[in-house]
Each structure stands twice: as structure tokens, then as C-alpha cells.
Write a protein that binds this ligand. Structure first.
Ligand code: FAD
Length: 478
């Protein structure tokens, strides 16, 4: 094993590749070394910030030659401790932040080729100016980057209509673990030539190579987008409303988010400036946010929404509803939904889950799992919200009122995780719907993934990264 002193020549080499100013070893590196949830804090040998694909290639080659491992990093908004270095002080954080260019827009092909470090919101806004919709959308969009979105196969609020990051991606440029550049930046919608390498790297969480650029799908901007907020008498009613909305709105249904009253009460408590519709309505344990994106006109969208809500009232699956009058009101409704994670943090440390089960089983899953947790930990508070249209819930668990959140997390997290994930498995679900595995859920992948699948994953990792220098210890146990 080399010592830290032996790495001085590596640091000198990295400085030659990207310039002194882009090899950070001193000063406050918290933004690179600590994750968003403040659950993981490591120490990097250096943070290296290349500006071009050839520079990424040279950095990867230099690190591989020195036997030093790399942690690719985008916006560092990942929620599973996958984007920060370990505590050894011997890993290089490879930040893609300087590679933020939009390389090419192909209007006829409806594609954009963009570098990995482009912040998601910047891409959305740039495409809107060009008259296109780039639909990937999540609450971290002001900081997360396209490379990180692809490396985690991010989901978000528009998956129902447009799919995960994977479905939006047509081509990739990747620097592999040996530092070779693979230019797979095709804009083809049909291409059955060999193994699908693109889909291997999408969702690989930095463990197979570095995504440096991508060709992504664009869509026409909708003529009108309307948002409604409905109070529903049960989770089963929310599922029934989803079915009705799919029938009435078809592909125009672009968002369907469910939120439990307790989750909303935290927004009301910690963000009192936000007026949450139907807050505290005991006849409505859940509220649903629906989005209708129409290619015709606002009048058409409004008429569609009205017919849907009338049917839903008649069938008793909605007890009350409001439709936003304008974009400002719609933004407020979305802001309420997106404020839940922050409100939850304000309430104190909590146990987070990002699970999915088939939509048809979600109501029963919630009923059964709520009961299991309430019996195991009397007084426990359940913060339940998420992308119901995708069967994806952020099923989080907060300490009992007046409990000590730190002690709760320390004493109960493992037990709660076991109870929730076992219940998820019994409903044929996934313990990680959107956020991935990272460093936080490696043991869960071992526990819940089929042995044959794990063996294939290990074979792929070993074949593509035999030296184990790409984000080691993340996703797969060594
Ligand atoms: P990072 O956090 O920097 O990295 C994440 C992983 O990808 C790490 O393993 C890293 O090594 C790897 N990686 C990053 N860039 C590259 C690259 N160029 N090449 C190879 N590997 C790379 N996620 C969802 O899916 N849906 C949501 O709705 C959602 N909501 C969120 C809301 C909030 C408030 C926050 C903080 C996070 C949310 N997330 C959500 C999680 C997170 O935003 C996403 O996982 C996002 O895609 C990560 O992008 P990033 O650029 O921050 O990646």
C-alpha cells in the first residue's frame, strides 16, 4: 500500500492536467466532503475539477496508475451517501461542475447534447427559451446535475408521463475506469447493436465510469399546464383517483403526488406563510396534487379537469378540490409539496425511506406497515408522501412527539428499516425506488437482491473496473 506522501507526484500530475486552481486540497471542502443529509462526512485527498472530457480521461488514467480511487460528483444532492469520499483521505473527488456546456440542440430530432455538470434547472430553463420542454423535474433541480441525474437514474415528479432519467436518455459519453473515452452520443431512438452500454452506465452511481455528456430527449412545450389539489378520504381513494385521472387525461396527466395530513401539518407548522389547502381536514387523511399538461389550450385543460373532478366527487373518491387559477397559484401548490422534506428536517432527525410497490398494492401496504410501526413504537409519527402515480412513496418515520430525535435515530433506525423493508418485500416492492444504493444501502442490496442478480452485478463491476477504483464500496459490497 502506498503512503500519503507517495501521492505527492499524483497531485502534481493532476495539477498539470487541470491547473493548480482546480485541484483543491485546502480550505473549506465541506460542500464536497459532506453529503446533503449530513449523514456522511469524509476527507478527500483532493477535489479535482476538470473542464473537458480529455481532462477527465487524463485524471482517471493518472489516478488508476497511482491506484487511487475516484468519487465522481455532480451537485452532491444524492440522498444515499454515494457522492462523498470515505474517511481515508486517499480518494479523489472528481467534480463535474466545470463541464456545464450545452453542446448541441437538434430541433428536428428533438434532442439536446449536454455536459454532465450542467445543473438540471439551467438545462430546463435553456430549453424552455428554445421552445422545448426538458421534463426531468425534482426538488433538488437547482443544484443537481445531469451527470448525477443519470448516474442515479433520477425520477422526480414527471415520471408518470415522461419516465425516469433513463427513459429520457438516448446517448452517453463516458470515461471508463481505464480512462478511455466512449463516445456513445447518439440521438437514435432505435439502435439494436450489441449490449446496451448506455443503460449499464445509467443508474451505476459512479461505480463503472464517469459520465461526461449525454444526449437527452426534448418535448414540445405544452400549451397549458394546470394544477389541482384534491382532498381524498383514503389512500385507496387516491389510487382510484389516479385511475380516473389516467382515463380522463390520458398522456396529459404529468403529475400525481399524494401527501398525508401529518406530512402537510409539518409544512403548516414550520412554514406558516404557506397556506396548505384542506390542512387538518379529518375527513381527508390524504391530499393529492394533480398536474394536467395540455397541448391544446387552457380552456381545454380546465374542462378536462372539471369533468374528472365531477366524476371523482360522484364516485366519492374526492371530498373537496381546488384548481389553481394561474401559474402563481400552481407554483404555490407545488412549493407546498416540495417543502415537505425541509419541514420534516425542521421537525428533527427522522428515518427516511424511498420505496415503491405496485400501485395496486399501495393502499394495503400503507395500512399494514402503519399498523406494524405503530405497534412496534407507540406514538411514532408517519410522514407519508410521494409520487403515487409511480407507486413511489417517501415513507418516513419521525420520533414520537417530545421524543429525542437523535436518540430515536440511534436506537430505532435499524429496527424501523427492517420492519419497513420486510413489509415492502412482502408487497413485491423495492427498498430504493429513486435514490439508489450509494454507501447507505449496500447491506440492503445484499439482503434483498436475488443471488443470481448480485453475481451478475459483481461480474459487470469486475469486468469494467477490475482495479475497483470507481467509487469503491458504493452499491456493491467489496
Ligand atoms: P451527486 O449527489 O453528486 O451524485 C450521486 C451519485 O451519482 C453518486 O454515486 C456519484 O458518484 C454519482 N455521479 C454523479 N455524477 C456522476 C457522473 N458525472 N458520472 C458518474 N457518476 C456520477 N431524486 C430523485 O430521483 N427524485 C426526486 O424527486 C428527488 N428529490 C430530491 C429532493 C431533494 C431536496 C434532494 C436533496 C434530493 C432529491 N433527490 C431526488 C436525490 C438527488 O437529487 C438525485 O439523486 C440527483 O439525481 C443527484 O444528482 P447530483 O448531481 O446531485 O449527484
Amino acid at each position: 500500500m502506498t503512503t500519503t506522501t507517495d501521492l505527492t507526484p499524483l497531485l502534481a500530475g493532476l495539477r498539470q492536467i487541470v491547473g493548480d486552481a482546480n485541484v483543491l486540497t485546502e480550505g473549506d471542502l465541506t460542500g464536497y466532503e459532506q453529503d446533503w443529509r449530513k449523514r456522511a462526512r469524509g476527507h478527500a485527498l483532493a477535489v479535482v475539477r476538470p473542464a473537458t472530457t480529455p481532462e477527465v480521461s487524463a485524471v482517471v488514467k493518472a489516478c488508476a496508475a497511482a491506484g487511487v480511487s475516484l468519487v465522481p460528483q455532480g451537485g452532491n444532492t444524492g440522498l444515499v451517501s454515494g457522492s462523498t469520499p470515505d474517511e481515508s483521505g486517499r480518494q479523489v473527488v472528481l467534480s463535474l461542475a466545470r463541464m456545464a456546456a450545452i453542446r448541441e440542440i437538434d430541433p428536428d430530432n428533438l434532442t439536446v447534447t449536454v455536459e454532465a455538470g450542467c445543473v438540471l434547472q439551467n438545462l430546463q430553463q435553456a430549453m424552455e427559451k428554445e421552445g422545448f420542454l426538458f421534463p426531468l423535474s425534482l426538488a433538488a433541480e437547482g443544484s443537481c446535475m445531469i451527470g448525477g441525474n443519470l448516474a442515479t437514474n433520477a425520477g422526480g415528479t414527471q415520471v408518470l408521463r415522461y419516465g425516469n432519467a433513463r427513459e429520457l436518455c438516448l446517448g452517453l459519453e463516458v470515461v471508463n475506469a481505464q480512462g478511455e473515452v466512449w463516445n456513445g452520443l447518439t440521438g437514435l431512438r432505435k439502435d439494436n447493436t450489441g449490449y446496451d452500454l448506455r443503460n449499464l452506465f445509467v443508474g451505476s452511481e459512479g461505480t463503472l465510469g464517469v459520465i461526461t455528456a449525454a444526449t437527452m430527449k426534448l418535448f414540445p412545450l405544452p400549451a397549458a399546464t394546470l394544477t389541482a389539489w384534491a382532498a381524498v378520504p383514503s389512500m385507496q381513494s387516491a389510487v382510484a383517483l389516479l385511475g380516473l385521472a389516467q382515463k380522463h387525461l390520458g398522456a396529459n396527466l404529468t403529475g400525481f403526488e399524494a401527501m398525508g395530513q401529518f406530512a402537510l401539518s409539518l409544512v403548516g407548522k414550520h412554514m406558516p406563510q404557506l397556506r396548505v389547502p384542506f390542512l387538518g381536514d379529518e375527513s381527508a387523511p390524504y391530499c393529492v396534487l394533480l398536474e394536467n399538461s395540455d397541448s391544446e389550450s387552457e380552456e381545454h385543460a380546465r374542462a378536462q379537469f372539471e369533468r374528472l373532478l365531477e366524476t371523482a366527487f360522484d364516485q366519492g373518491v374526492v371530498s373537496d378540490a381546488v384548481v389553481a387559477e394561474n401559474i402563481g397559484q400552481a407554483n404555490v401548490l407545488w412549493h407546498i409539496r416540495e417543502s415537505i422534506p425541509m419541514a420534516q428536517s425542521e421537525e428533527g432527525l427522522n428515518v427516511k425511506h424511498d420505496i415503491s410497490v405496485p400501485v395496486s398494492k399501495i393502499a394495503e401496504f400503507v395500512e399494514v406497515t402503519d399498523a406494524i410501526l405503530r405497534e412496534a413504537i407507540p406514538g411514532v409519527r408517519l410522514v407519508n408522501f410521494g409520487h403515487l402515480g409511480d407507486g413511489n412513496l417517501h415513507y418516513n418515520v419521525q420520533a414520537p412527539e417530545n421524543g429525542d430525535p437523535k436518540a430515536f435515530l440511534r436506537d430505532e433506525e435499524e429496527r424501523i428499516n427492517d420492519l419497513v423493508y420486510r413489509s415492502v418485500a412482502s408487497f413485491d416492492g423495492s427498498f430504493s425506488a429513486e435514490h439508489g444504493v450509494g454507501g447507505m444501502k449496500v447491506d440492503k442490496l445484499e439482503e434483498y437482491e436475488a443471488p443470481a442478480a448480485l453475481a451478475m452485478m459483481r461480474a459487470i463491476k469486475h469486468a469494467l473496473d477490475p482495479q475497483n477504483t470507481m467509487n469503491p464500496g458504493r452499491m456493491l459490497a467489496a
